[in-house]
Write a protein that binds this ligand. Structure first.
Ligand code: ADP
Ligand code: GN1
Ligand code: MG
Length: 366
């Protein structure tokens, strides 16, 4: 169904403290989880844009805890960026509801909405187009991690428990595979074999954490290229978005997701697998950007495992796509048949491509 028609966005907007008259709304972005719209209001003859987002209730069970995290994180970013001439574009800004809360609760449908000021003159990309873009995006994600390294107060809420616990993801996969309720395992024989073969490597980062070699940090946990707004004029990564999974994690989960989404010229769901490959200049640019902004906070074991982080997260997200394919596409939005299987194949191919050039990639870090 067309998501635009599912919601009365003008009515949703009535709950937020927006000045002006509703004009129009359109689905926006390429996120797999929430429903996002760009909404136009007319205020004294001038069009003003907002982002309305319906939080996916199947995925996020504690919207209040999630918004508490985002408020704390964006407030901290604002303190750090206070003197920047473009401060208002460098972190997300909410439009509150009339009752001053940040979420509009639609009790009838059991859903939650939020509204952001639209950050203009910037966009997200699904595929990296230059080393400069990889550098800028990685630098911005690194600054984000670094800025949050001194966030005070209690531990952030875990908005999705065990989000990057790869052994737990493997357990979920094996349960879904045992059940094979959609009879799809037959379509994914090679991928299932690949997943099971990787099983002995997936606890490595958690083991390093237990040994105290890598620390828990506040991480973004969804550092894909399309979660950073790139400024149209300067090309700078100006605003890290999609903060729903900001919570305690490992820095290598974030760097790993950057590798997953920035080294290959292919999209995440590329079905010509020969296009999936590692472009060393992109990796070099990413390492440079990330270490420039986060290098000072990282420990040696974190720097030494950047390439492993890339492999692990590419594998883990591939495993999640495979699990969802076997389960009947209940989690990630899909727009074609076998979409999740295609996504899985592209991630697993990337793991293999990274393995082929691992030594060269490690040499870039040194
Ligand atoms: P999802 O959780 O579904 O991935 P995102 O929070 O990533 O949703 O938002 C989806 C898209 O909406 C982004 O890729 C981006 O293009 C756009 N977007 C989100 N927030 C803003 C904002 N404040 N200003 C401009 N564009 C935004
Ligand atoms: C989802 O929301 P979005 O599209 O930015 C997913 C990530 C995956 C990503 C794969 C909450 O991110 O974990 O890595 O798809 N988010 C959630 O593209 O599961
Ligand atoms: Mg997103």
């Amino acid at each position: 169904m067309n998501v635009e028609l599912k919601y009365d966005l003008e009515n949703v907007g009535c709950h937020f403290d927006i000045k002006g008259k509703y004009v129009t709304a359109e689905p926006y972005g390429t996120g797999h989880i929430n429903d996002t719209f760009r909404v136009t209001y007319n205020r004294n003859g001038i069009n003003v844009l907002y982002i309305f987002q319906r939080i996916n209730p199947f995925v996020f069970k504690d919207p209040a805890g999630l918004m508490e995290n985002i408020s704390r994180v964006t407030s901290h970013q604002k303190i750090k960026e206070a003197h920047h001439p473009q401060a208002s574009r460098r972190s997300l800004n909410f439009v509150p509801c009339h009752n001053r809360t940040l979420l509009h609760t639609d009790r009838k449908n059991g859903t939650y909405w939020r509204c952001y000021f639209f950050i203009d003159n910037a966009r997200t990309y699904d595929v990296v187009t230059s080393p400069e873009m990889a550098y800028q995006a990685a630098k911005a994600f690194g600054s984000f991690q670094s800025a949050l390294s001194d966030l005070g107060g209690p531990r952030l809420n875990e908005t999705i428990p065990n989000f990057h616990n790869t052994p737990k993801r493997m357990e979920d996969f094996e349960n879904v595979l045992d059940e094979d309720k959609e009879n799809r395992a037959v379509l994914a024989g090679e991928e299932i074999k690949f997943a099971l073969k990787w099983k002995q490597k997936i606890g490595y980062l958690l083991d390093l954490q237990i040994k105290g070699e890598i620390p828990e940090r506040i991480t973004h946990n969804d550092c894909k290229l399309s979660n950073i707004l790139i400024d149209d004029d300067s090309g700078e990564g100006i605003c890290v978005i999609d903060l729903d999974t900001v919570m305690p994690g490992l820095s290598l989960y974030d760097f790993g997701d950057m590798v997953r989404t920035m080294v290959s010229p292919s999209g995440e769901d590329e079905n010509s697998l020969s296009i999936v490959k590692v472009q060393i200049p992109m990796f070099e640019a990413m390492v440079k950007g990330y270490l420039e902004s986060a290098g000072d906070i990282l420990l040696p074991a974190e720097k030494e495992n950047l390439v492993f982080g890339g492999k692990l997260i590419s594998f883990e997200i591939g495993l999640r796509f495979l699990t969802d394919f076997l389960e009947g596409d209940v989690y990630f939005k899909t727009s074609r048949e076998c979409h999740n299987l295609d996504r899985c194949r592209a991630q697993f191919r990337l793991v293999q491509e990274i393995e082929k050039v691992e030594d060269k990639l490690n040499a870039c870090i040194e």
